[in-house]
Design a protein around this ligand. Sequence first.
Ligand SMILES: Nc1ncnc2c1ncn2[C@@H]1O[C@H](COP(=O)(O)OP(=O)(O)OP(=O)(O)O)[C@@H](O)[C@H]1O
Ligand SMILES: [Mg+2]
Length: 398
Amino acid sequence: MGNCVNSPARVDNRESSFGGSSRISPKASQPSRLSNLIIPSYSNRSFTSLLSTHTPRSEGELLPSPASKAFTFNELKTATRNFKDNNLIGEGGFGYVYKGWIGKQSLSPSKPGSGMVVAVKKLKSEGFQGHKEWLNEVHYLGRLHHMNLVKLIGYCLEGEKRLLVYEYMPKGSLENHLFRRSSDPIPWNTRMKVAISAARGLAFLHEAKVIYRDFKASNILLNVEFNAKLSDFGLAKAGPTGDRTHVTTQVMGTQGYAAPEYIATGRLTAKSDVYSFGVVLLELLSGRPTVDKTKVGVEQNLVDWAIPYLVDRRKVFRIMDTKLGGRYPHKEACAAANIALRCLNTEAKLRPEMSDVLSTLQQLETSTKKGSTPTGVMSPSPHMSENHMVRDVSTLKV
Ligand SMILES: Nc1ncnc2c1ncn2[C@@H]1O[C@H](COP(=O)(O)OP(=O)(O)OP(=O)(O)O)[C@@H](O)[C@H]1O
Ligand SMILES: [Mg+2]
């Protein structure tokens, strides 16, 4: 494991196209420390223990995943029509994403419009960090299969070239829908559906003892029905084993989403993901990005700005996305805001488990459909004043 307590983090200048949240990466000079990779064939649930103890070290040790195909560069060049600009669907810190077409059974390149559509991510040549993340992605996503994780169809490794082939997610990222000016506003029910499906993906990872470390709106991809799937496992990390409470790592992630105690100490737990989930839930409720450099003062940071409103149920409406035009169930919105507040607790131990978050959100959805208040969810006490805005909500019961 890395031994980088208090390791200084540098913030990359790769910024999100919205808001302004930046990637947090280790110092370039810092040697990477990754543990061994041993991947025996596995069956059913045995991957749980497997993933909890091993992380890939080099491609030489990367054994083929039973489910993903090794593509040649030429196959992917053909599938994307030579990485044509028209087929470019996105760009992130580490690469460009293109639309491509391959045969459903053969998985060999096919003509546009025939076979199945895939998303091909081509890594920019960015040295070792990009390579490490590529390797991590193949390792985890090639082995973890769940309806709320994006499917990794295959990968390509040829000389300096590194590519990843995913199932195509027709509605793109949550970030685009929430913050792109030209996007239609997402209705309340759809926001809840996205929150629930993303929570299910994260709860599954935690059950498999994997810490995701990069939960954010741009990594939540949407299918035609707005079901969410998590993508980008470049920073995923095996959780602590035995009596250990945390794993110590170089601080990495995205500003505005990473948990404060993790940034301060490098100590990573599943509760760091829970914090990030709270941030995304807040983005879903408010329609505001976690970091917004176009705003001034406290409004630049969504969490700092929203907390005083979250702790007082009479004020929760003030953080709600104006694009919703008031069309949301008020009690359920208060309850959802309360879940966000609990996830954002500065005391990591007091944050809920993702399985609890999931079941509370599901109860909320059911109660919205029935038109009643959910059982088991209580909003903060109405007499709580703004002075109690400290993010220690341990006194609040949900
Ligand atoms: N499987 C996919 N299907 C459809 N669109 C995708 C897929 N994967 C990525 N995209 C699109 O490409 C964009 C860029 O994705 P990418 O993961 O490279 O970067 P990012 O998540 O925006 O930023 P970062 O590099 O900080 O993680 C996404 O926001 C999304 O719009
Ligand atoms: Mg991404």
